[in-house]
Design a protein around this ligand. Structure first.
Ligand code: PHE
Length: 339
């Protein structure tokens, strides 16, 4: 029996030394030391032994049990240590690796040019005004001297919320809102989104941007209009820039004009950019119609003013030589990354 016990010790130890996981160790513990384990099985046969042998074998069995328990505990520690080392190794952080670059956004081309335009007008003493994009028919048309059935409404068809409420077709309603709330002198620009029910193509979009301008004070004349807008054009396109006023019609200004700038690509000789004309139209303007002043409670015999409106998309497309307006709204990063 002594022989058997020593064999159990031997084989248990050799198996323990090979065990690679905690689960394996546990299986071995059950196999040798468990209630139905090999060691227990031997002890159950102690009854067959003589009275002299019994204590000797009993002592040996206890010693082997203690020995194996110690070995198992040792192996458990070893394996735990190994697992920890593996974990540390796999989770190691190499602080010398280059960091992941954070992609940083930047201004949209519409914002780049809008910010430039704002800066120029700030420098000329203008401040910013704003109005709602969902607007009353009254502010978008009526108060601007465009009554129902006026032909100017045809070119500015829009999206109606109700019969009297619509998406504004121009930033000009901001003029009315400012004049209703502020006494002259007035010197504002109002940039913002406007809407028309136009089909999308390379030069049309149902949503685009305008920048409105309004100056009202005593003694404002067409010379102020021309001087202010010439200064603006020179700041935007360079000192060599010339402007030209062409007669035009807007219901809310009288007289009205369109303003062209000498082509900033060819300087006026004629090129593909200006379609051989030497001039590029950039804005509409005029002296605020006396009816419009009166609609806002401002006496046209005391005050006069000029107003202008420019399309932001046009400026941006000329600035960056973009031939399709849709690119400005699609948010394709391959396009936007170029600015
Ligand atoms: N709102 C006009 C348009 O959209 C532009 C404009 C504004 C003209 C102010 C004159 C004065 O056509």
């Amino acid at each position: 029996m002594k022989q058997q016990l020593e064999e159990i010790r031997e084989s248990a130890k050799s198996q323990l030394s090979k065990a690679a996981s905690l689960a394996e160790l546990d299986t071995l513990r059950v196999k040798y030391l468990g209630k139905k384990g090999e060691l227990t099985a031997i002890l159950k046969q102690m009854g067959k032994l003589s009275a002299e042998e019994r204590p000797i074998i009993g002592q040996l069995a206890n010693e082997i049990r203690a020995d194996l328990e110690a070995s198992i505990a040792e192996s458990v520690e070893d394996i735990k240590q190994k697992l920890l080392e593996q974990k540390l190794k796999s989770e190691k952080i190499d602080v010398t690796l280059p960091a992941k670059k954070q992609a940083l956004g930047h201004k949209h081309p519409l914002s780049i040019v809008l910010d430039e335009v704002k800066d120029i007008f700030f420098g000329m003493g203008f401040s910013i005004a704003s109005g709602p994009e969902v607007e009353w028919d009254y502010y978008n048309f009526e108060a601007l001297n465009i009554p129902e059935n006026h032909p100017a409404r045809d070119t500015q068809d829009t999206f109606y919320i109700t019969e009297k409420m619509l998406l504004r077709t121009q930033t000009s309603p901001c003029q009315i809102r400012v004049m209703e709330n502020q006494k002259p002198p007035i010197r504002i620009i109002a940039p913002g989104r406007v809407y028309r029910s136009d089909a999308v193509d390379a030069t049309h979009s149902p949503l685009f941007h305008q920048i409105e301008g309004l100056v009202v004070d005593k003694g404002i004349t067409m010379a102020d209009l021309k001087g202010n807008l010439e200064s603006f054009a020179k700041r935007l396109y360079g000192e060599q820039t010339k402007i030209r006023l062409r007669p035009h019609h807007f219901p809310f200004t009288e007289p009205s004009c369109e303003i062209d700038v000498s082509c900033f690509r060819c300087g006026g000789k004629g090129c593909p950019m200006c379609k051989g004309e030497g001039w590029i139209e950039i804005l509409g303007a005029g002296m605020v119609h006396p009816k419009v002043l009166r609609n806002c409670g401002i006496d046209p015999d005391v005050y006069s003013g000029f107003a202008f409106g420019l399309g932001l998309e046009r400026l941006v497309m000329f600035r960056f030589n973009i031939d399709d307006m849709r690119l400005l709204y699609e948010n394709d990063v391959r396009f936007l990354n170029q600015f």
